[in-house]
Design a protein around this ligand. Structure first.
Ligand SMILES: [Cu+2]
Length: 509
């Protein structure tokens, strides 16, 4: 282990020496460089139907809230031939059901922890009170039940949920705790987009995994990588080598990068164009036609793709377009290529949906009065040189104010930036208008090294001087190692308080 570390630092620290080391002819490093590339294109037997997570059931309680029950549990899952894999899931052995709720609805959850260690469930992308956020201060002990409740009040979007326990997020997500959370609203329901869940509106939770010789998940960091685990098998909704039978001309795919540290560059095997219709926080004002969409861990995109009767085409992940300092990309997955899902179109396809000319609402924070500007430099496993501390609130923001945060990645590999509670507008990237895929609402943005991302966000309500929201890199190893900070939303005249020593908001049952 120590030897690996030394080799890694000699590579990274070498600066101009990296190229010489890598391409210097023969030698161990050149061999390792070649071995580091993963390419599964043409090698995947698409012999399993794509699993589609069930929609979670709910019951109305006496107050009118819709109550969902989720139980974190351990189990075994058969991903491939041979031994079953020990996994975790919610209401099942791997992943969890899809939660679906409409703007304006009161939702309530009973989150049970049937594991033998503390966990939590964070609602990624959701605007809600800090005490309901499910971050590291809302840990749920084994045998206990946590009961968050809030009113969904944000535009239709593809969100997700996953654990966020202090220092343990990577392992909990890797074992299988995650699920999708779809928000609908009146506007989205009035559009004629493909919208039949599991038929022409399909969730795709994309995760990479490594298996050891006994078919168990291996979460050891990739050799020479600075990003943590990089798997050589792709699971989509927990299915390896999935195919999906298409019965409609247009299909909407809700893509979620649910991986710990891998960047995907999605596109089709024949390079057909498709339409990007939504990003993290909801529908774009109008669809953007493209052939590729890159997603870093935690990011989502909704795309609509058109099929011809009788055809077969694969969704792939292609090598990253840019964003790695020379030589580092290879060891951090940037050159990898994967077959992801095969789509098999029926001999005749129904054709009743469309991509409307106008869909969501454009972000509107450009030109807003800015109460505060802040700067965040991500490097190694720190933000502005500091690591996360549970009892340190890094700053407070004012209720109702708009802030602009300038964020940059000072390393040569992948980081991204996620902010809890809000969706933000990417105002600019290196002072230029952001590319089309960053023009909608976002809660997680990939940081290409050495570029300045200016993010505008409004903190509209839910003040709490004592309980913080998180901002962090969503590469889960980095997050666990401390690349995270905490802020509180303050009402008028309020001062930053003190994080309660036991801030878990769980019920004892
Ligand atoms: Cu990072």
């Amino acid at each position: 282990m120590e030897r690996r570390k030394a080799l890694k630092w000699s590579l990274i620290g070498g600066g101009g020496g990296v190229g010489a080391l890598v391409f210097g002819g023969g030698g161990t490093v050149a061999y390792l460089y070649n071995e580091a590339k993963v390419d599964t294109v043409g090698k995947v037997d698409f012999d399993s139907p794509l699993a589609v997570p069930p929609l979670a059931e709910s019951e109305q309680d006496s107050s009118g809230a819709r109550v969902f029950t989720l139980e974190a549990q351990s189990g075994e899952t058969e991903f491939r031939s041979g031994a079953a894999t020990r996994t975790w899931g919610l209401n099942g052995s791997y992943l969890g059901p899809t939660i679906r709720a409409k703007r304006g609805e009161e939702v309530a959850f009973a989150i049970g922890n049937g594991l033998d260690e503390e966990t939590s469930i964070h609602w990624h992308g959701m605007h809600l009170p800090a005490v309901m956020d499910g971050g590291p201060h809302q840990a749920v002990s084994p045998g206990e039940t946590w009961t968050p409740q809030w009113t969904v009040n944000q535009p239709a979007a593809t969100l997700w949920y996953h654990p966020h326990p202090h220092g343990r997020t990577a392992e909990h997500v890797y074992r299988g705790l995650a699920g999708m959370f779809i928000v609908d609203d009146d506007e989205s329901e009035s559009l004629n987009l493909p919208g039949e869940y599991g038929v022409d509106d399909v969730p795709l939770i994309v995760q990479d995994r490594k298996f050891d010789d006994g078919n168990q998940f291996d979460d050891s960091g990739a050799f020479l990588s600075s990003q943590g685990v990089l798997g050589d098998h792709i699971l989509v909704n927990g299915t390896i080598g999935p195919y999906f039978e298409v019965g409609t001309r247009l299909v909407r795919l809700r893509l979620l990068n649910g991986s710990n540290s891998r960047l995907y560059n999605f596109g089709f095997s024949d390079d057909r164009p498709f339409h990007l219709i939504a990003t993290d926080g909801g529908l774009l004002p109008e669809a953007h036609e493209t052939e590729r969409i890159e997603l870093s861990p935690g990011e989502r995109a909704e795309i609509v793709v058109a099929f011809e009767p009788g055809e077969t085409v694969e969704l792939r992940s292609y090598p990253a377009e840019e964003g790695y300092v020379f030589g580092l990309g290879r060891f951090n997955g940037a050159d990898d290529r994967f077959d992801v899902v095969q789509f098999r179109a029926a001999g005749s396809l129904t054709d009743e949906t469309e991509i409307p000319a106008s869909m969501g609402t454009a972000p509107d924070l450009e030109g807003a009065d800015v109460a505060e500007e802040r700067s965040f430099k991500l490097s190694g496993t720190s933000i502005n040189g500091e690591k996360m501390a549970m009892d340190r609130i890094d700053f407070g923001v004012r209720e109702g104010s708009v802030e602009v945060w300038e964020v940059s990645n000072n390393d040569g590999y992948l980081h991204n930036f996620h902010v809890h509670d809000v969706q933000y507008q990417v105002l600019s990237v290196d002072d230029e208008t952001p590319p089309p895929h960053l023009r909608g609402w976002k809660d997680t943005v990939r940081l290409i090294p050495q570029r300045k991302y200016r993010l505008a966000m409004r903190f509209s309500d839910y003040t709490d001087p004592n309980l913080p929201y998180m901002y962090h890199c969503h590469l889960l190893t980095h997050e666990d190692q401390g690349m995270m900070g905490q802020f509180v939303v303050l009402g008028e005249g309020e001062e930053i308080g003190t994080v309660p020593r036991t801030s878990s908001a769980h019920d004892h049952s």
